[in-house]
Design a protein around this ligand. Structure first.
Ligand code: SF4
Ligand code: SF4
Length: 373
């Protein structure tokens, strides 16, 4: 390839975790990425990356592989001068293994840390007793490690949705400037839960509207989604897998997005690997460029306009298509088919569209931006 399509290099460091979050779907185990896989992956892939690269670490809990993270960073830092590359490091962690030593390392290399923290739902949804530890760590990072850009990701499920507003307000008041909200959509949300979600989100919109100028905090549910292509009526969602990113998993398999790795490891569906894996870095005979040309058309087909629901309704004909960004692989956790969206997910998307429009019309009336600074 004489082009450099990628700007995001993602490592799945392991499948090991010490939490048992109720909504966590991926398979757990004791597999950790090896230095041999890392070495091969960097040698194979770096020449396909633009000069400025986001390096993202996921798990399991990636800090079980702190030595391997250091190995990757040391290796990449050697390329900074040689190849004029720059690296921007990101990690998503449950926070339990965030020691001073780890935080110092993050501060030196300016890691952006996304802390999984569900606020007042933490002890119910993630791990009993972890609320106090995590809220103290948030304060400590903000006070003692100002060089670490800190974000939080809070996940709500039907059993914890009534904690949403208070939890997000808590995170904002703790001082976090980048607040992400996600939902466990691969479970049943009945009408009562949807109503609770709606009233929690409306309370949140009202609160954010009041504090916007004072705290300047973007809450990512209301940011524009990446993967929206085109302008105006043609702004439709496109999966970005393989377009600007490449994932190396702890077995050395290459994917366009971590979602494919998680889905494949859990379902072991061989067609998923045949259609969406770009090969394995330990395979000496692998021809990455040939694989990329063969596999990439399958990713490019993953657009909102071609998705259908489990009731056989086409997204193309749906009124919400411009606001919708349905991950086709996440949806498959329920529907068992990539690109088929469970109808329960549509309910969600409609509600989120409604709330986003509410927030967006408030922002336009006040002449403020929905984008993160
Ligand atoms: S749509 Fe899903 S699979 Fe595609 S890049 Fe986004 S998260 Fe990954
Ligand atoms: S609401 Fe459902 S049918 Fe409509 S675009 Fe979104 S996923 Fe498709």
């Amino acid at each position: 390839m004489n082009i450099k399509p990628f700007s995001k290099l993602i490592f799945i460091m392991n499948n090991k975790c010490n939490f048992h979050c109720k909504y966590c779907w991926p398979l757990k185990g004791d597999d950790i990425i090896s230095e041999a896989v890392i070495d091969k992956a960097l040698k194979l892939l770096l020449s396909y990356f633009q000069n400025s690269i986001q390096v993202i670490f996921y798990g399991g809990e990636p800090l079980f592989s702190f030595d391997q993270i250091k190995f990757i960073v040391d290796n990449l830092q050697q390329n900074i001068k040689k190849d004029c590359l720059s690296f921007d490091y990101h990690i998503t962690t449950n926070g339990s293994l965030l020691s001073e030593k780890v935080l110092d390392f993050f501060q030196i290399h300016r890691f952006q840390v996304v802390l999984s923290f569900d606020g007042y739902a933490q002890n119910k949804s993630r791990k009993i007793g972890s609320y106090t530890d995590l809220s103290q760590k948030i304060t400590k990072i903000l006070n003692n490690h100002p060089g670490i850009p800190l974000a939080t990701n809070s996940v709500f499920m039907p059993q914890t949705v009534s904690y949403l507003f208070q939890s997000i307000r808590l995170v904002v008041e703790l001082g976090v400037k980048d607040v992400q909200i996600a939902f466990a959509e691969d479970c049943i949300w009945d009408d009562a839960h949807i109503q609770t979600l709606k009233s929690e989100l409306i309370k949140l919109v009202e609160y954010l509207s009041e504090i916007y100028y004072e705290k300047d905090v973007p809450v990512n549910l209301f940011k524009r989604s990446e993967g929206k292509v085109g302008e105006g009526v043609s702004r439709r969602f496109q999966c970005m897998g393989g377009i600007d990113r490449m994932v190396v998993d702890h077995w050395g398999d290459l994917w366009g997005c971590f979602q494919f790795n998680e889905y494949f490891r859990k379902t072991l569906d061989p067609t998923v690997k045949a259609l969406y894996a770009f090969g394995n870095v330990m395979d000496e005979r692998m021809d990455f460029e040939e694989n990329y040309r063969r596999v990439m058309p399958n990713y490019l087909k993953l657009r909102q306009s071609v998705f259908v629901t489990t009731e056989n309704t086409s997204c193309f004909l749906c009124d919400h298509i411009e606001m919708c960004s349905s991950c086709p692989v996440y949806s498959a956790r329920l529907s068992r088919q990539i690109g088929m969206i469970p109808v329960s997910h549509c309910q969600f998307q409609s509600l989120l569209s409604e709330i986003k429009e509410l927030y967006s019309s408030y922002c336009s009336s006040q002449n403020i931006s929905m984008e993160a600074p």
